[in-house]
Design a protein. Structure first.
Lengths: 220, 220
């Protein structure tokens, strides 16, 4: 339990209470762990495997939003807002998921200073990311808009210390998100690859030169 | 102090501590209370008057994001993320603003259950709004995209119980935000007015028939 960052600073007493209320469930690869529109009756923790948050658009296309790794929690927004799930979560490998009932989770959020602190930081970062995304939409130069979008994408570090976008949406999805054409996205990514700034590899994008990307995004 | 919703459930002891650390300042109409890019060294409360949160785009246009009323707090994101201010805040009337130093505010956020609870609810609602906005961008039908955007705008209730968008952006700003032309926005608003769904009045938009708007947004 102490390996889950959100819970790592709980008191022994709190850990015992949380342990007693956790429920565990295995899901096979491709299973839907959370359904968009469902009720927010638990906070979820990914204990092993990998999950993908996906949204289904009006016209039925599934857009991958972000990946979750072991130790991550999810499903907190519907819980806090007492609203329905705003996206679906799908297993991309076999996974083990822990469920903490809403009432216990909500009590922790406001009564455990360490959890409150981490949860506020988590939400404030999401908001900052969304506000950067909104600002991005006002960039008139299409190519710079694409570069800025790539620079803002969630990045992880691989074994070699390189920054990697693990879950690159399709060129069409990127085009839809930031209001341009698929062809323009393809062309911009090609230019970045030719300049040695990124390297594409199936659904991953390796950012070889983050500073160079930043310079291009800022119009340099 | 008890009239500020965020602080209304503090203990007497907490109220005394907070009171002792608050600093107050008057600003004239049109003064800039927070500067985009400045440091997040305080949580701010609007005690009287009205403020507008504005963002300045790449090409120097000021876009009004939302209005703040007496009792509202602001500037919490930069504080929690230890980042710079992501937008500016400008006085639209003469205002009285209270400043609570960052360290005291951050301590309250995680150690006062009532503040933690309210702050989490506040942030989670912002996130839900941003995610609805993102989903809106994937609506292919332009007119429905405009209707959905209007339905999602921050609304207050006027004396007669009508829902009012107090701070309607210009048609050009709306067009920029949701990827369409100014002419299309003007036309869509005209159709809504002709159908008796909205009524325009300087910078306010009165939503006379919220259900009708919702139906049109959903393509009915």
């Amino acid at each position: 339990m102490r390996k889950i960052p959100l819970l790592s600073d709980l008191s022994d007493e709190e850990i015992i209470k949380v342990k007693g209320e956790m429920r565990y469930r295995h899901f096979p690869k491709r299973a839907v762990v959370l359904h968009k529109g469902g009720t927010g009756d638990a906070l979820l923790f990914l204990l092993s495997g990998q999950l993908q948050v996906i949204d289904v658009t009006e016209d039925g296309r599934a857009v991958g939003l972000r990946m979750l790794a072991a130790g991550d929690f999810f499903g907190e927004i519907a819980l806090i807002n007492a609203s329905t799930r705003s996206a679906s979560v799908v297993a991309t490998t076999e996974v083990l998921v822990a469920f903490l009932p809403a009432s216990t989770a909500l009590h922790l959020f406001s009564h455990s200073p360490s959890v409150a602190h981490k949860m506020l930081g988590h939400l404030a970062q999401k908001i900052q990311r969304d506000s950067e995304f909104r600002a991005l939409l006002s960039i008139n130069n299409t190519t710079r808009r694409i570069y800025t979008y790539i620079a803002l994408m969630q990045q992880t570090e691989d074994k070699d210390g390189r920054r990697v976008v693990e879950n690159l949406p399709t060129h069409q999805d990127i085009a839809n998100m930031i209001n341009t054409s698929r062809e323009t996205v393809t062309r911009a990514l090609l230019v970045l690859a030719q300049q040695g700034i990124v390297q594409k590899d199936a659904h991953r994008l390796i950012i070889l030169d983050p500073d160079g990307l930043q310079r291009l995004a800022q119009g340099g």
